[in-house]
Design a protein around this ligand. Structure first.
Ligand code: ADP
Ligand code: ZN
Length: 595
């Protein structure tokens, strides 16, 4: 069996012209009969690495994959491409399972998806033994390693299960997140020779990483969502409480949002997840319980409203943006107090001391990531043991703002706080500095203070923001609960004495993440949405955003042209070609309208 046959399947079944570099290497090894570990970034195209061999091999390919919801989507997508695939999971009763096994024994399917928990049952392993299994593909293979951040005990059963299978199937392990140690562990447990690891690196060229600091989280998120109003995204928070609060905030501002965390009923969770997958809501607000195995390809942004506990978890969650390869953003909103929340999680956990120690260390790295002045992508790749050049896209690479010396303005603010004897909050301080003339100021005779009106040229809002900045950076501190008052800290006193300088970069502004989609794209997206609802599959299963963009570029009006669209194979042409071309034709030939 050679690569030419694989190339053929790539084109006719999946509609792609070329393999990506890692895919080629992996498929070549798999077709040559070698156990293989594939380490490729999210969106790198891991699925094809086992789907194409499955179509070329005699016998069955079993895919071990961690989430039931993912399984259904993948199977739907394969069926939509004309491939005989099915799954067995805990949502089925034993009669259904037996029927399915019968069909599998008869060779009715090319691919079978199962959850790792199935392997906990010796009985199930026995029934697998009766199937003609040729290849075993293990997705999210890092879950087998206790060094990883997502260890799952059921994965450990894999190695024993493999030994018990009479067909001695070949193994292909796949993951997007593995430090060198984790990769070694996978190879050892699954009997993969270490030189059969194909690692394409962890860089994600279409992902722009950003860290946002010293800014009001709610304001930033609302601004971001209004600048990116049509795009789907995930917002991660650390606690259920914060998830609930954020969803309420978004709904108040008329953003279509839903939520996901471990405290919701199964049914509610499933429904919310589906609403997001099906593009019925724009934003998913979730704890880290959400996302493992979510392969929605058109996620345009992932915002972390709070800092996660490890860089691996961060990069994996961030990596859920842009699986379709289109430009996407991953934004970490950093506040020092969120680090304390993670600290608390570790303190309170049941881990042994050594494990806790490791976790504190991982958390420190997260803090360093948030505060580095260097390239963010480079920082992460370095963590995974990879050398690289600065990416040129992340918020640090793009940050050409020069820091300004704001020592004088700072001294004005701090001396005003001192003159007010630390008895007032930021509102009154800003009013005095700007020389406001309202009843409160008159009643308290504040206009007689020497600092009254010394910043009169500035807007009160920007003075308030300056006060926030000085609080975040530790020159001021707030005291008291509901109506906190301001006081000057030790660091602030040093500035007042002229012993130290204060520098500030101008505030980051929110950008639009991707170029505006044109009118045809919107029409095709609506068409896709309608079809998806009728067929009860997520929209990206029908066509990815990238495929729709490709249609907008090529404007195909006949079958041959339609087959040239990236992501269109014979089966998709037959199913959707006419419908989509009708919309394209109408768009291309519409009479020019005035204006
Ligand atoms: P992963 O599992 O590695 O995160 P997927 O297998 O889900 O990635 O693939 C991500 C996207 O890339 C999918 O939309 C897939 O159809 C697309 N894709 C995969 N291989 C190719 C290829 N050779 N050319 C173009 N697109 C591809
Ligand atoms: Zn960079």
């Amino acid at each position: 069996m050679d690569l030419a046959a694989a190339q053929q399947v790539l084109k006719t079944t999946f509609g792609y012209d070329e393999f990506r570099p890692g895919q080629k290497a992996v498929i070549e090894q798999v077709l040559a009969g070698q156990n293989t570990l594939a380490v490729m970034p999210t969106g790198g195209g891991k699925s094809l690495c086992y789907q194409i061999p499955a179509l070329l091999f005699e016998g069955l390919t079993v895919v071990v994959s961690p989430l039931i919801s993912l399984m259904k989507d993948q199977v739907d997508a394969l069926n939509d491409n004309g491939i005989a695939a099915t799954f067995i999971n805990s949502s089925m009763d034993y009669r259904e399972i037996n029927l399915r096994l019968q069909e599998l024994r008869a060779g009715d399917y090319t691919l079978l998806y199962i959850a790792p928990e199935r392997l906990d049952s010796p009985q199930f392993i026995q029934s697998l033994g009766n199937l003609p299994i040729r290849l075993l593909a293990i997705d999210e293979a890092h879950c087998i390693s206790q060094w990883g951040h997502d260890f799952r005990p059921s994965y450990l059963a894999l190695s024993t299960a493999i030994e018990q299978l009479p067909t001695q199937p070949q193994v292909l392990a796949l993951t997007a997140t593995a430090t060198e140690q984790v990769a070694q562990d996978i190879c050892q447990r699954l009997k993969i020779s270490p030189d059969k690891e194909v690692n394409t690196g962890f860089a994600r060229d279409n992902l722009d990483l950003s860290v946002v600091k010293d800014q009001d989280t709610d304001r930033y998120i609302l601004d971001y969502l209004s600048a990116n109003a049509n795009e789907a995204g995930i917002i991660y928070a650390s606690t259920r409480k914060e998830v609930t609060r954020l969803v309420a905030l978004l709904k108040r501002h008329h953003v279509q949002a839903t939520m996901y965390h471990a405290g919701l009923d199964d049914d509610v969770r499933r429904q919310n997840q589906e609403d997001f997958l099906y593009d019925r809501v724009q934003v998913m607000v979730a704890t880290n319980a959400f996302g493992m195995g979510i392969d929605k390809s058109n996620v345009r942004f992932v915002i972390h409203a709070q800092v996660p506990g490890t860089l691996e978890a961060y990069y994996q969650e961030a990596g859920r943006a842009g699986r379709d390869g289109l430009p996407s953003q991953a934004i970490l909103i950093y506040r020092a107090k969120d680090i304390q929340i993670q600290h608390f999680f570790i303190d309170e956990s049941e881990m042994d001391d050594e494990h806790k120690h490791r976790s504190y260390h991982k958390l420190q790295l997260m803090t360093q990531y948030a505060n580095t002045q260097g390239c963010l992508q480079q920082f992460i790749l370095n963590y995974f043991g990879e050398d690289s050049e600065p990416c040129g896209r992340c918020s640090n690479c793009r940050d050409d703002r020069t820091a300004q010396d704001i020592t004088t303005a700072t001294q004005k603010v701090l001396s005003c706080v001192v003159r007010l004897h630390s008895r007032f909050g930021k509102g009154v301080v800003a009013q005095v500095l700007c020389g406001a003339n309202n009843q409160r100021v008159r009643e308290l005779n504040l206009s007689e203070l020497p600092t009254y009106g010394i910043m009169a040229g500035q807007r009160q809002k920007s003075v308030t923001e300056l006060i926030d900045f000085l609080t975040a950076t530790g020159y001021l501190q707030t005291m008291g609960g509901q109506y906190p008052t301001l006081a000057v800290t030790q660091a602030g006193v040093a500035v007042l004495k002229g012993e130290s300088q204060v520098m500030r970069k101008t505030a980051q502004t929110v950008e639009k993440s991707v170029p505006v989609n044109d009118a045809l794209f919107e029409q095709l997206r609506t068409l896709r949405h309608g079809l998806a609802e009728t067929q009860h599959v997520p929209p990206f299963v029908i066509f990815s955003d990238k495929t729709l963009h490709s249609m907008c570029d090529l404007l195909p009006e006949n079958d041959d042209a339609f087959l040239n669209v990236k992501g269109v194979g014979a089966s998709k042409l037959e199913k959707y070609g006419e419908t989509f071309m009708a919309t394209i034709r109408a768009y291309v030939h519409q009479p020019a309208t005035a204006n």
